[in-house]
Design a protein around this ligand. Structure first.
Ligand code: PMT
Length: 405
């Protein structure tokens, strides 16, 4: 019953599979959803608005305004109204426009204004689907957080056979139900995430730090919030913005400040994901005035150890709390990560290595392995940080939270 009362914008585009949209409407409505159809001009060549409005009991939206009386159809209002948007069938042209923000019809403007999760069910000929430009557009849409409902393999309207058929309406509805089911479980969860670097001040103009941009931690925060969790994001100094209203962001500068903030929020959290690159050491003393260059050939800095935030949480962790750390390695990756997993009493650790080009600091991509305290291991290919975050969150959910909920 996860679709009961859900408001769904159903986007229909110009594909022969548009005839299945009538069945899709009925299947969604039978599950208790309220459906508002937005159709492209090409979509109307394949299925009539009369059929769709009879099924949904709502006028079908296609143009920006009604020609006879000038009534304005607000794509912004639709973006705020919906609990989900489903574009089925999605042609190669629509996929391309969505990926590149080409807002030349009501469906694309509605998509660009959408606050709710978006599902895309492509439908096209096998060669169009396999073309690198279509695949690149779909990858881009995935990286933006959209969910692609993979097309099925079978007979196509072109009389060819292959991958490109829109998934069957009942399977699409099942995938949406599974999504909302998952979201319901997440809705009760409080997640704490650390992100970014820390700055350890030496004097008023200098500090010790590292190259962390915060991208990995912020992607994790966005994904957890999109799943319905309440997120507290404790971030070191970064240039990033948070977008989701369920993210409560706390900015800190040093490891000591991060430690203090984490200690306040951890007792109330269900799971903590420690993605921050925390400086292990800080200058032993802070000079109130700028340190002056001397004639010496060398300069010795005294450093003292910062608190190990992860290890501290590992000690205070309760039975029902999940603790996930990260390990950024340059050599002996697995043994180092496993050592940190045990030493810090983590439930699992996400390993990324600077030996993998495109992984680790600053890039928009990452390549990870996950090692769990119970011995389970999972390796993932290079993906966008948003997709990597989704893999970590799936692992967190299935491996721990669902078994303890
Ligand atoms: O921010 P980006 O540019 O996107 O880059 C992402 C990232 C490379 C920073 C991220 O993927 C990552 O690997 N973060 C952890 C980096 C790190 O500091 O790893 P570590 O092996 O030194 O630390 C192990 C774990 O202990 C980490 O969970 C860390 O947050 C934690 N730690 C470390 C030191 C300390 N004093 N306190 C801690 O809690």
């Amino acid at each position: 019953m996860t679709l009961l009362g859900k408001k769904i914008v159903l986007g229909i585009t110009g594909s022969i599979a548009a005839y299945k949209a009538a069945y899709l409407c009925r299947a969604l409505i039978k599950k208790g959803a309220e459906v508002q159809v937005v159709i492209t001009p090409a979509g109307k060549e394949f299925i009539t608005p009369v059929t769709l409005s009879a099924l949904t009991r709502k006028p079908v939206v296609s143009d920006f305004f009604t020609a006879n009386d000038g009534t304005w159809h607000s794509h912004v209002d639709l973006g705020l109204w919906a609990d989900a948007m489903l574009i089925a069938p999605a042609t190669a042209a629509t996929v391309g426009k969505m990926a590149n923000g080409i807002a030349d019809n009501m469906l694309i403007t509605t998509y660009l204004s959408m606050k709710a999760p978006v599902f895309i069910a492509p439908a096209m000929d096998l060669d169009m689907y396999a073309h690198p430009s279509t695949q690149a557009n779909l990858d881009k849409l995935k990286a933006y957080g959209n969910r692609i409902i993979e097309p099925a393999t079978g007979f196509l309207a072109s009389a060819l056979e292959g991958k490109g058929r829109m998934e069957e309406p009942d399977r699409i509805v099942e995938q949406m139900e599974a999504f909302f089911e998952n979201q319901n479980q997440w809705a009760k969860k409080k997640i704490l995430i650390t992100a970014g670097p820390t700055y350890e001040k030496l004097d008023p103009v200098r500090y010790i730090s590292n190259y962390s941009s915060g991208k990995m931690g912020f992607a994790l925060a966005e994904v957890c919030a999109e799943r319905g969790a309440d997120v507290t994001l404790i971030s070191g100094p970064v240039q990033l913005k948070t977008h989701h209203p369920r993210i409560h962001r706390i900015d800190v500068e040093s490891a000591a400040e991060m430690h203090k903030a984490v200690s306040v929020y951890f007792p109330e959290t269900d799971a903590a994901i420690l993605c921050a690159a925390v400086a292990d050491y800080r200058p032993a003393s802070f000079s109130e005035s700028k340190l002056k260059r001397k004639d010496n050939e060398t300069m010795v800095l005294d450093l003292v150890a910062n608190p190990d935030i992860a290890a501290g949480l590992g000690k205070m962790k309760k039975e029902n709390q999940v603790l996930c750390g990260f390990a950024l390695e340059t050599e002996n990756e697995f043994s180092n990560a496993e050592g940190k997993l045990r030493k810090k009493n983590l439930d699992f650790i996400v390993l990324n290595s600077l030996r993998d080009q495109g992984a680790g600091f600053q890039s928009d991509t990452n390549k990870i392995s996950i090692i769990a305290a119970d011995g389970e291991k999972a390796d993932f290919p290079m993906k966008s940080k948003k997709e990597v975050a989704a893999d970590i969150v799936d692992f967190l959910f299935h491996h721990f939270v669902s078994s303890r909920a």
